[in-house]
Design a protein around this ligand. Structure first.
Ligand SMILES: Cc1cc2nc3c(=O)[nH]c(=O)nc-3n(C[C@H](O)[C@H](O)[C@H](O)COP(=O)(O)OP(=O)(O)OC[C@H]3O[C@@H](n4cnc5c(N)ncnc54)[C@H](O)[C@@H]3O)c2cc1C
Length: 406
């Protein structure tokens, strides 16, 4: 990757994280993928060196840096060969904590964030539901307040929740006012930071989903059946959860874009190395334009997506600054930039990973060359946290002013 234009902080992060990741070679990720083993040593190593708090406030033990630096960290992790599995093993702790840091009260912030930064607790993000999918605003999981106001009782189902098996906490988006009783579907949702306590509290169950890639990291269906949560787990105001969680969602899109870039650059680097060395018909295969041009094209797509990604991260950070309101970046502008970045980076990563496999010929299909693992994993940023189609719906409607199509 061309690194001109990055800040000193970003470059320091990139180099330090790459050094740490070098202790976890591709063989580590191949094994953890094959055996579906949580990369807990990797999570612990990042926590030990303080990386999980990169974008969290200094007074809570974080580094007080921004999403621009966190995105660089996620890129460096994926680029090291750890891929999406490495990134997903920690990224919830980086982005799902953003709304908590901003909207949580002092007790919630001080009681939770330092433990997540130190690695003692892990967290996950509980939004997607099996019956509503991308139509997030219609999600059905209900949190009903008890008569004495001390508890909420949660009933519903979440799906695809990354790291729920190893997480102590979940940032849960649930409905506190039924859909029929709100003016707009974006109203009546609330955000909670809850304990995932299967041992001592009845009403919580989960099931691992067998998946295509990133198998080192668990993905789950999570079932709530009158699961009690204390009322003080509510983050911010009741029924305002969607506005609050948007903070986390835009940050998540930037981080995912960085992760996709990392995968893509790793794939291009691996493929070009192979193309220089592999000799067929008496010359390196990279001497054929049929091999060189697709890789050059993949590299340029990554470079373009890189600019979109770090532009979005910069806008996100500016939107969070405490300066006067007139100098603040609108959330809408951040949303457009973050969605654009996620889309472009995911597409560029897919192109790069597919071409890396094809450059390797038959060996592209062999586990020991890693490119098959990265190809399996690079589908994730195309699907999650928001699909390509929904990004295009959003840009079509919000930017181009076209009629809403759904
Ligand atoms: C590996 C992985 C990890 C994940 N981790 C998490 C997590 O930690 N927490 C969490 O909450 N979620 C997580 N997700 C869920 C992810 O965010 C969703 O899978 C994603 O948002 C897509 O939702 P869906 O699967 O319900 O697709 P659906 O909503 O069922 O959509 C299916 C297809 O139809 C298309 N489609 C639907 N409506 C329209 C429309 N109006 N116009 C055009 N196309 C449309 C979609 O683009 C998509 O291609 C994860 C998913 C994966 C695969």
């Amino acid at each position: 990757m061309e690194t001109i234009g990055f800040t000193e902080n970003q470059m320091t992060v990139r180099e330090a994280v790459a050094t740490l990741c070098a202790k976890f070679p591709n063989s580590y990720w191949q094994e953890h993928d094959q055996h579906e083993q949580d990369p807990k040593e990797f999570h612990a190593a990042l926590a030990k060196d303080g990386w999980l708090g990169i974008a969290l406030p200094e007074e809570l033990g974080g580094s007080g840096l921004g999403i621009s630096e966190a995105t660089m960290m996620m890129q460096a992790i994926a680029e090291s060969g750890a891929g999406m599995a490495g990134a997903q093993s920690i990224h919830g702790n980086v982005y799902a904590t953003q709304p908590l840091a901003r909207f949580g009260n002092q007790e919630q912030r001080e009681g939770t964030i330092p433990k997540i930064i130190s690695g003692e607790w892990r967290t996950c993000f509980g939004v997607t539901e099996p019956n509503t999918g991308l139509d997030t605003l219609r999600l059905r999981t209900l949190a009903q307040k008890s008569a004495d106001g001390q508890l909420y009782s949660v009933t519903g189902q979440k799906i695809w929740i990354t790291c729920a098996q190893v997480a102590r906490k979940m940032m849960l988006l649930a409905r506190t006012t039924p859909l029929e009783e709100v003016k707009k579907p974006s109203e009546g949702l609330s955000l909670f930071c809850i304990d995932l306590d299967r041992e001592n509290t009845p009403g919580l169950d989960m099931r691992k989903i067998k998946k295509m890639g990133g198998r080192a990291v668990d993905a789950n269906e999570v079932f709530f059946d009158n699961y009690p949560i204390p009322a003080d787990t509510l983050i911010g105001a009741e029924n305002q959860g969607f506005k609050i969680i948007l903070q986390g969602m835009n940050a998540e899109r930037c981080l995912l874009a960085g992760e996709a870039l990392g995968l893509g650059y790793a794939a291009v680097a691996r493929a070009t190395g192979y193309a220089r060395e592999r000799v067929v018909f008496g010359r390196p295969i990279g001497a054929n334009q049929g091999i060189a041009h697709p890789l050059a094209d993949a590299y340029m797509r990554l470079e373009a997506a890189k600019h979109a990604t770090y532009h979005a991260a910069r806008l996100y950070d500016q939107s969070q600054s405490t300066g006067d309101a007139s100098s603040k970046v609108r959330q809408g502008a951040v949303g457009v930039a973050a969605n654009t970045a996620k889309y472009l980076a995911a597409e560029a990563a897919f192109t790069a990973c597919e071409r890396a496999v094809l450059t390797h010929g038959g060996m592209g299909y062999a586990v020991e060359y890693d490119v098959e693992r990265w190809l399996r994993e690079c589908l994730v940023p195309r699907i999650a946290p928001v699909s390509r189609e929904m990004v295009m719906n959003y840009i079509g409607e919000k930017v181009l002013g076209l009629p809403r199509s759904y």
